[in-house]
Design a protein around this ligand. Structure first.
Ligand code: SAM
Length: 351
């Protein structure tokens, strides 16, 4: 029966809510291997053996939000707060360009220092210096006007994980001043403005069930994001969720394979969180259907302070080392990092 679901998913790129729930709740190692095989074939048909890189620049550990899972939440009085200056961010992008990055992801907490004027200035400086590069922003929820201004300044992509497609679960993970509706409003604004949009969710976070994942997968089917960032929940010692266990490589990879089959051309990162819970987590992610890695370009002096969860990897390495290490890891499983903006391929394209 599960085999029939895998066939249906591969052919139709869609299942019902109940079918997704069953596929997840009744998964077996054999099923995971079969889905991974199909996912790898689907990805190879679109992207060959290329893995795209994005240079991640962690611009600020200051955040006005208080998400129960996140180490940089505003109530964490022990968090070390920093913010990069506009010049420092642009400098990171220059370093990244010389290393072969053609996409820069600027990410940070929701920090009022990063006003539209400041961010637009940074985006246009990077775009002017490197017209062959894409700039992705990930600064959380902002007004539609703000998203419009940033888009006009040259940011073409925006990552805003939906976190969960379940309204109830969203309310258990966030304080009352954050809302599921606000998040969905931001995502639809980003889509309407014309961004390439990234959604995503954590795997194995507190209270999450197979039904919640089924909702996430149905959401991905309907929203059709260009990018989808999923990674295991990893507890942070100074948060309300400190005592919960981390998500698993196994379930994260299983979901990566399903997402690849829902949308064969989606840009799907093997995340740092996946590399944090297992030494070969990112390689396993690629072998399950992911096609993007995001080496860190942030200045080493601040790396440890973008402390979303415990034991985060890659906090001590220079950018070049980080890229070199990931390049070798990809080669070890038969893939190669490419110097490319890494735009989403058209739906029907095949290598
Ligand atoms: N402020 C921006 C936003 O909210 O989109 C970007 C920064 S936010 C820290 C980036 C992502 O980190 C979140 O979307 C969340 O899914 C992930 N994250 C936060 N805490 C985590 C944890 N304990 N384990 C795994 N991922 C976590």
């Amino acid at each position: 029966l599960l085999e029939q679901l895998a066939d249906k998913l591969s052919n139709n790129h869609a299942l019902t809510f109940e079918e997704y729930e069953r596929l997840i709740a009744r998964r077996t190692p054999a099923m995971a291997a079969g889905l991974a095989r199909r996912a790898v074939a689907a990805r190879k048909a679109v992207y060959g053996d290329a893995v795209f890189t994005r240079g991640l620049i962690e611009a600020s550990s200051c955040c006005k939000n208080d998400c129960f899972y996140c180490g940089i939440r505003r109530s964490n009085g022990a968090a070390r707060r920093y913010r990069l200056s506009a010049d420092e961010i642009v400098e990171c992008a220059h370093t990244g360009y010389d290393l072969g990055f053609r996409t820069f992801v600027l990410q940070g907490g929701e920090d009022s220092f990063f006003s539209d004027d400041v961010l637009c200035g940074v985006v246009s400086r990077i775009r002017e210096a490197h017209p062959d590069c894409a700039v992705t922003l990930s600064f959380g929820e902002r007004s539609r006007k703000s998203y419009e201004r940033l888009f006009s300044a040259g940011a073409e992509r925006y990552l805003l994980r939906h976190e969960t497609a379940s309204r109830e679960l969203y309310a258990r993970w966030h304080p009352a001043d954050m809302s599921f509706d606000a998040r969905m409003r931001c995502l639809s604004d980003l889509r309407e403005i014309g961004y390439a949009v990234g959604v995503g969710f954590m795997v194995g976070a507190p209270f999450q069930t197979s039904a919640d994942f089924a909702r996430d997968l149905r959401f991905i089917e309907t929203f059709q994001p260009e990018m989808c960032g999923i990674g295991p929940f990893v507890p942070h010692h100074a948060t309300p969720f400190a005592a919960y266990g981390a998500g698993t490589v196994e379930l994260t990879c299983y979901l990566l394979s399903i997402i690849r089959l829902i949308k064969p051309n989606v840009l799907l990162p093997a995340t740092t969180a996946l590399g944090t819970i297992a030494p070969d987590g990112r390689e396993q992610g690629i072998l399950a259907g992911a096609n993007v890695v995001m080496p860190n370009l942030s200045p080493v002096a601040h790396r440890k302070d973008y402390d979303l969860y415990d034991n985060k990897i890659c906090t001590g390495e220079e950018a070049a080392e980080c890229r070199g290490c990931l390049g070798a890891r990809m080669l070890s499983v038969g893939y190669r990092l490419v110097v490319d903006r890494g735009d989403m391929a058209p739906a029907s394209s095949a290598c």
